[in-house]
Ligand binder design. Sequence first.
Ligand code: FNR
Ligand code: LAC
Length: 368
Amino acid sequence: MKEGWSEAADKRRDAVKLDDYRRLARARLPRNIFDYIAGGACNESTVRFNERDMDAIRLLPLALRDVGDLVLSTDLFGHSFSAPIGFSPTAFHKLVNEDGEAATASAARRLNVPMILSSMSSIALEDVASRSDNRELWFQTYIFKDRAMTKELLERAEQSGYRSIVVTIGCPVAGKRDKNITNKFTLPVGVFAANFNRSNVIVHNNPIYGVERAEFDPSVTWSDIEFIRSQTSLPIMLKGIMNPNDVAPALDLQVSGLIVSNHGGRQLDTTESTIRILPEIADAVGGRVPLLVDSGFRRGTDILKAIALGAHCVLLGRPVLWALAVNGEAGVLEAVNMLREELVIAMQISGCRSIEEIRKNAQTIIRR
Ligand code: FNR
Ligand code: LAC
């Protein structure tokens, strides 16, 4: 891959950056759905920390490095992906597009980037895999109070060809989302957690309450990760690591990867931004397993910084939903290609020819 910005990119007049999809989606979506996706916990301070802290880290570009040819490929769990960019698990894609997760997963296949399907998907996990023909999907689950349900999901994912299991931690309970409560948010008719049955419960704070057998469990401990391990032969990643002290117990349980995440600021408000805690977590991990990160990544330079600070891959949450809302599968392709082009430019101007070189140059190109 040679060039950064292309003529094709110039033709996309409506959106020139990832955040434009948010603006365009806002104009299309009902207010309560937009708020459910965009919103965070309480004052939404962490939502803002996530994005603003990217800018607090400055770059010192290295000049004259022959950056004519770049390599962006990224190997994870035995597959070579096209870029260090992937999709975080997000619930209910049919809220924004009728093809829902099938469209997103198909975009991920065409882009050759990893996608984590949420257990709260609005299309059943088997159907997402078959409709998208994506053979590299990963599956996310919580450790639900109903362990039999948790086990069933693991079995279904393994049987349908999912490549790894992502267990979301840091959710003993659902965070408080003021906007959903104010809006009296409920899922529209036709959108539901398709891997589950509907319950009659209505709690506006988070639609997960309306899903039978999907109750969070405040009693979850590290030993439950062992339970998950005993139930699947797939690699297991933990998503939601925010404290360096949680790295040792995770690695003791031989997990295959970690995802630094504060759920996009949707769980505990005033939690630290992921870009700021990433270096400390990377130190604790010491390269023993792949380290991924999400929450607030919107620009090519954000991704460059995450890699320099120890991440192997950066995941996108809301931007994927915004792009899906604006133009379905094609929107997701466009948006990710745009971000990839920004990453290419950032690598070239900072003097890094590969993901490996970003890591090697990290000490000199990053100023904190
Ligand atoms: C999420 N997230 C999430 N995480 C998870 O583990 N399981 C899930 O079902 C969901 N559902 C979900 C729905 C919506 C609408 C959003 C916005 C987010 C959190 C998600 O995986 C990710 O951590 C954040 O979205 C990343 O932050 P950005 O990129 O949205 O800032
Ligand atoms: C959310 C839940 C589904 O973030 O985790 O909305």
